[in-house]
Write a protein that binds this ligand. Structure first.
Ligand code: ATP
Ligand code: MG
Length: 333
């Protein structure tokens, strides 16, 4: 049987955080065993809202690659590559842009929210507005049928499916493959500030590379139930990020259930729960941190790995591009 093809990626706008882990990285580590997996460092997409900071984007390519290796993505099993080094991707984007209306682009809910968060107002970079279409190019270029991502990406995959259908119908072809989204049980990890999503550009993230000290400080300062003023007071578990993190990372589910019950009843202080959360996160992050430090000693080796992956990705995407051009009847020579 043919292996399923998986594509996903991250914007090199900062190192990766706990949200990336539960939302997508954990699934990737699993999927690389049974699927043909491509993982993209989306530097071109990062530039859509960081055009004035190409240096930041460049630096973070290595950071993101180190995070991948640290959590267990294996370059022997997963093709890891840099988006801007695959020229077929912007070319596909250009053809796809003609199949989507401006009105449709304006109504993508994630893009709308991000425009607000980034404070663009009316001054939205055109490249940012159309990034869901470049994402459709990324997915279809590799004929991916499975895309493991966080909840914020659902509208992007929906838009990709629409586009694939339109392309295949219009050009009477079957070259493009409809992708399916794979959402993990923790579809959206909240930030340490209690905001709905931990994001690397939102200043509310615990990074996989944070030191023990930084981790301790972030956990201590975490948002909890603002109504829980005295230890004796009953506290709210629902929507309390400290418990969401425990649900996502603690292995002893029975113990967490007990803590929740105690907290809700009253008599359990925030600092007690945070102390346990710190233990849990430290145990989770410690080995990742150690592996990361080892890989970080050899940045040239990591770049070489990216170069090899990028060559493989280039070949795959170029093949699809030729099929697309043929389907459109613009293959001249
Ligand atoms: P930025 O703020 O620059 O957009 P980000 O933290 O949103 O960064 P991305 O690189 O945009 O990270 O997202 C990469 C992948 O990680 C996507 O699949 C996204 O859905 C997932 N992801 C990001 N943040 C979270 C989160 N808090 N919970 C679950 N998944 C997440
Ligand atoms: Mg994002």
């Amino acid at each position: 049987m043919k292996k399923k093809i998986v594509l996903t990626g991250d914007r090199p706008t900062g190192p990766l955080h706990l949200g990336h882990y539960v939302g997508s990285l954990a699934a990737r580590v699993r999927l690389q065993e049974s699927c043909r997996q491509f993982v993209m460092i989306a530097d071109a997409q990062a530039l859509t809202d960081h055009a004035d900071q190409p240096g930041k984007v460049r630096e973070n390519v290595l950071e993101v690659a180190l995070d991948y290796l640290a959590v267990g993505l294996d370059p022997q099993k997963t093709t890891i590559f840099i988006q801007s080094e695959v020229p077929a991707l912007p070319e596909l984007t250009q053809y796809f842009l003609n199949l989507v209306t401006w009105n449709r682009l304006k109504h993508n809910p994630t893009v709308k929210l991000e425009i607000q968060q980034k404070g663009f107002g009316e001054e939205v970079p055109a490249g940012f507005m159309v990034y869901p279409i470049s994402q459709a190019a990324d997915i279809t270029a590799f004929k991916a049928s499975l895309v493991p991502v966080g909840e914020d990406q659902i509208p992007m995959i929906e838009q990709t499916v629409e586009l694939v259908r339109k392309f295949n119908r219009l050009y009477r072809t079957g070259v493009l493959v409809e992708p399916e989204v794979l959402i993990s049980s923790v579809a959206r990890l909240p930030g340490v500030d209690g905001k709905a999503k931990m994001g690397k550009s939102l200043g509310n993230a615990i990074f996989l590379s944070d030191s023990s000290d930084v981790l301790a400080k972030k956990v201590k300062g975490m948002y909890t139930d603002p109504g829980h003023l005295r230890v004796e007071d009953p506290g709210k578990v629902e929507g309390n990020p400290v418990f969401t993190y425990l649900d996502a990372f603690a292995e002893d589910k029975a113990y967490v259930a007990g803590l929740k019950e105690h907290y809700a009843r009253g008599g359990l202080g925030d600092s007690g729960v945070k102390k346990y959360l710190l233990e849990v996160l430290e145990a989770f992050l410690h080995p990742i941190r150690e592996r990361r430090q080892e890989f970080a000693k050899h940045p040239e080796g990591v770049m070489q790995m990216l170069r090899c992956g990028t060559e493989v990705a280039r070949e795959s995407a170029q093949k699809t591009l030729l099929e697309v051009r043929r389907a459109m009847g613009i293959d001249y020579f």
